[in-house]
Design a protein around this ligand. Structure first.
Ligand code: ATP
Ligand code: MG
Length: 259
């Protein structure tokens, strides 16, 4: 019998007004995958993560979490399910008026299952896991972009999620810090036996992290497979994206418009 996917998107269409940002997505994410999602800016990658997180509902089609169809769940069941998913937002999304400690404590306090000592222990354990030990009393404004990303990663780990979603984890960071974040994603996903979905533009990162890749283009997944498959893809759009060349089908309309 084949393995049940952790997440399954079936013919997912998502429209904002008349515009279908996602236009028939089929994608399966399996336990322990590190699935990298590639795609153009504004192509709907963050939207896809929000669908998986259950913040957005598809206009049509289904998003399943194991055997559960997410948009059929009651609000309380959906909230409970969301506690199994950690999210590292594109802009880190730390609450600026709260210390690092308070930011990390928040998701656990909301659940109300742990006492103060247990929460403190979890905070220091997770800060240590991302190399940010001893920063409990800092305010987000005192941290660099890379440090914020790491704290945001620590926050995503607070509920010991089985699925972690990363939205552009290394965007705007220098290459060394980017590599550190990549290693953290790999190490933490393996150590906690979690599954992760990573949206990135950085090809080096993508190939370093991924066990599988999927490319989103014009609302659909046009290629999906192992890093090896991707490097050798015969799809000209994938080839252009992976090599970052200006000539190819992705820029054809742009080039013609220039002439
Ligand atoms: N809440 C919303 N209401 C209306 N339009 C939206 C909303 N969220 C996203 N969009 C539109 O959907 C499209 C996809 O946005 P999305 O943020 O998912 O792209 P992305 O692939 O993550 O881009 P980037 O790489 O720049 O982060 C964009 O055209 C955006 O303007
Ligand atoms: Mg985005």
């Amino acid at each position: 019998m084949s393995e049940t996917p952790l997440i399954q998107l079936e013919n997912v269409v998502l429209k904002f007004g008349e515009k279908a940002v996602l236009d028939g997505i089929n994608l399966r994410i399996f336990h322990k995958d590190r699935l990298v999602i590639l795609g153009q800016s504004g192509g709907g990658k963050s939207t896809m993560l929000r669908l998986i997180l259950g913040i957005l509902k598809p206009t049509s089609g289904k998003v399943r979490y194991k055997h559960l169809q997410m948009h059929k769940l009651s609000r309380s069941k959906l909230n409970l399910l969301r506690t199994r998913i950690g999210m590292v937002y594109q802009n880190s999304a730390l609450i600026s008026s709260m210390t690092v400690r308070e930011n990390l404590a928040l998701p656990v306090e909301e659940l109300g299952r742990k006492n103060r000592t247990e929460i403190e222990h979890l905070i220091s354990k997770n800060l240590e896991a991302v190399g940010m030990e001893g920063t409990e009393d800092k305010m987000p404004s005192e941290l660099s972009g890379g440090m914020k990303k790491r704290v945001s990663l620590a926050r995503a780990l607070m509920l010991q999620p089985e699925l972690i979603l990363f939205d552009e984890p290394s965007a705007g960071l220098d290459p060394v810090i980017s590599s550190v974040i990549d290693e953290l994603i790999i190490g933490l996903t393996e150590r906690t036996h979690a599954t992760s979905v990573i949206v990135t533009h950085e090809m080096d990162s993508a190939f370093r992290i991924a066990t599988r890749l999927a490319m989103l283009y014009q609302g659909r997944i046009i290629e999906e497979g192992s890093p090896e498959n991707f490097r050798n893809s015969s799809n000209s759009i994938v080839r252009q994206f992976v090599t970052g060349t200006t000539e190819g089908p992705m820029t054809e309309t742009l080039v013609h418009a220039d002439l």
